[in-house]
Design a protein around this ligand. Sequence first.
Ligand code: TXA
Ligand code: MG
Length: 343
Amino acid sequence: KTIRKIVDSNVNSQINYTQAVDILNTGEVVAFPTETVYGLGAVATDDVAVKKIFEAKGRPSDNPLIVHIGEKEEVELYIEEIPEVAKKCMDLFWPGPLTLVMKVKPNVLAKSVTAGLHTVGIRMPDHPVALQLLQQIKKPLAAPSANRSGKPSPTEAIHVEEDLQGRIPYILDGGSTGIGFESTVLDVTHEPPVILRPGGITKEMLEVAIGPVIQPTNVEQNMASTPKAPGMKYTHYAPNAPVYLIECNEKKVSQAIQKLQTEGQQVALLAPDNFAQIKADYFFSIGEEGVKEEMGAALYHALRACDKTKATIILATATSIEGVGAAIMNRLEKAAAGKWYTI
Ligand code: TXA
Ligand code: MG
């Protein structure tokens, strides 16, 4: 049985933090909200505990986990040599949705956290519940997104419950996460640094801070024989029905839906508010057209919602790759396995 406890700034929440800390300290896993998505945490120095994360998620063991810390100073406990660019990034973007991949000190973190790599990804999350938990346990927490492997990441505690009910003991429920998609993963062991996964801290923001940064396109990433972020090679963020990207154009979307319906398809449409009058079988708003933050925050919720419908096909409108658009299109292209719908 999985227990879900609501936590907020109310003093009565303290008992739930204490419980979460106790459960983690006995070597079990706990799900908690961050500003990006919900994470499934275990004490990052406890190999038996960390293995339970992989088990609960059904995650391949060659996919390393991100280590979450509650104070910037903790980085030096786990990292051999902190590059200057990393220090700048920490000062500017932590706490926040930026994971820094750096050379790990040997034998300080559980083996399964790094999945045999010589590097580790670390971030300090910008969420009051995550920070409270980290600062109370005073230990690093390894935490991937708290979904079953392959499913969209959870942006609400209820999503965690749907995926991991009965497989984990405890969920701290802090409501909806703000950003709605996973952190930027930046490899600073390279010169210039490489974005392994685009996220809320954009290429543009990073370049203002630290100069040139490499952001491979999705195609380039798929072609690399050994993916740099092992997680990027797996199917991700995918609902049950096939997803197709489509140009964000009302006339084209409307025509596509009519054609699909004549072919006997039940169509779910993920599009901006102004597409609501188009006669799809199911419509899920991704916010106001052109407002990428709204799109990001609504995306995983909408993809998950499709699984509760009888849709046989999902159309999702595309956006440009400027700013957080890069992260959004990265997730959408993965959900669609690169497929576009054109008439
Ligand atoms: O926003 C987030 O990052 C969320 C919240 C919970 O913090 N976490 C998250 O974790 O998305 P996960 O495990 O779902 O994704 C981590 C990604 C994977 O693609 C993994 O391969 C990559 O980061 N990664 C982790 N450590 C790495 C390393 N040492 N080198 C390269 N890639 C790494
Ligand atoms: Mg994940």
